[in-house]
Design a binder for this molecule. Structure first.
Ligand code: THU
Length: 134
């Protein structure tokens, strides 16, 4: 269960992370803040590249930071964009790998929560680790 003050903190951290986005091409900065069961918060921003497909989304930057530090129990994530855009399919797939019950707050740049959901809701019938079990 995420309390209101943690929710606000996540949104604030995602807003701040968004300021570090490297978006010379799209000019569409995204910020993410990920809470793990450990209580630690990992942030991310999208990082674009002149070779466009090499771009990495804010959500994946935050998740990869957490996992690469051994923090694999993802609990909740706030994602901030200008207009409350939702996580892309690739980011949803990465979320599914670690926690199908991940809580996702989709937030706009005015800090308004546009959608409060879970990964399972936004990626039903996902292909996950269990799909590979015989
Ligand atoms: N982007 C994200 O960071 N997260 C998403 O879930 C959707 C898209 C980024 C990628 C690119 O830098 C910009 O937004 C426009 O697609």
């Amino acid at each position: 269960m995420i309390d209101e003050s943690m929710k606000k903190q996540l949104i604030q951290r995602a807003l701040e992370a968004r300021e570090k986005a490297y978006v010379p091409y799209s000019k569409y900065p995204v910020g993410a803040a990920l809470l793990c069961q450990s209580g630690k918060i990992y942030t991310g921003a999208n990082i674009e590249n002149a070779a466009f497909p090499v771009t990495v989304c804010a959500e994946r930057v935050a998740i990869f930071k957490a996992v690469s530090e051994g923090d694999m129990e993802l609990q909740a994530m706030a994602v901030v964009t200008k207009n409350g855009g939702t996580p892309c399919g690739s980011c949803r797939q990465v979320m599914a790998e670690f926690n199908p019950d991940l809580i996702v707050y989709v937030v706009d740049e005015k800090s308004d929560i546009k959608q409060e959901t879970t990964l399972k809701e936004i990626l039903p019938s996902y292909f996950g680790p269990a799909s590979l079990v015989k």
